[in-house]
Design a protein around this ligand. Structure first.
Ligand SMILES: [Zn+2]
Length: 143
C-alpha cells in the first residue's frame, strides 16, 4: 500500500475503495482514521462519519471483531454460487464491515451472534450487477 495517493492540498492520505479491496487481497484490513475525532472508517469514506472532517489518515486494523448479524443466501445473484453466509462484523477498532463468513451454512445458529471472528481471507467476485470486480473480507469464527 506504499503507492497510496497523497492529497496535494492537505498532505493527507487518500484511501480509495480500490485501495481497500487491494489491501484485502493482500491480507490487510485498511481504513481511515479521523485526525479530528478519532473515528475510523472502514471501508473508507471521503469524510469522517463522526464529525464530517476531511483530515483523514490511513490506518490498518487487526481484522478481529464480533459477529453482529448474518444471513444465509440460498438463491444467489446470477453468476454466484450458493449457499453462502453474508455477515456484519463489528471490528475491534470500532467500524462495522460486511463480508462473508467461512462457516457451514447448515450449521450456523443465532447463538453464534456475538462470537469472536477474524479475517481469514478475501472473496472476489464480478457479476453483471457490479461495476467491475469487487472484493470483500472473509471472516472465520475463532474457536
Ligand atoms: Zn471525525
Amino acid at each position: 500500500m506504499e503507492d497510496l495517493k497523497i492529497d496535494e492540498n492537505t498532505d493527507h492520505y487518500i484511501l480509495t475503495l480500490k485501495d481497500y479491496e487491494q489491501g484485502l487481497r493482500a491480507g490487510k484490513m485498511l481504513g481511515l482514521r479521523c485526525r479530528n475525532c478519532g473515528e475510523i472508517m472502514c471501508p473508507p469514506m471521503p469524510v469522517c462519519c463522526g464529525c464530517g472532517g476531511k483530515e483523514l489518515e490511513k490506518t490498518e486494523m487487526g481484522g478481529e471483531g464480533e459477529l453482529m448479524a448474518f444471513t444465509i443466501t440460498r438463491v444467489p445473484p446470477e453468476g454466484m454460487d450458493a449457499p453462502y453466509i453474508v455477515c456484519l462484523v463489528k471490528l475491534s477498532e470500532g467500524p462495522w464491515v460486511m463480508g462473508r463468513l467461512d462457516h457451514d451454512p447448515e450449521k450456523i445458529t443465532p447463538e453464534m451472534l456475538g462470537r469472536k471472528v477474524k479475517v481469514s481471507g478475501a472473496y472476489a467476485w464480478s457479476d453483471k450487477f457490479s461495476a467491475g470486480e469487487h472484493t470483500c473480507p472473509v471472516f472465520k469464527v475463532i474457536p
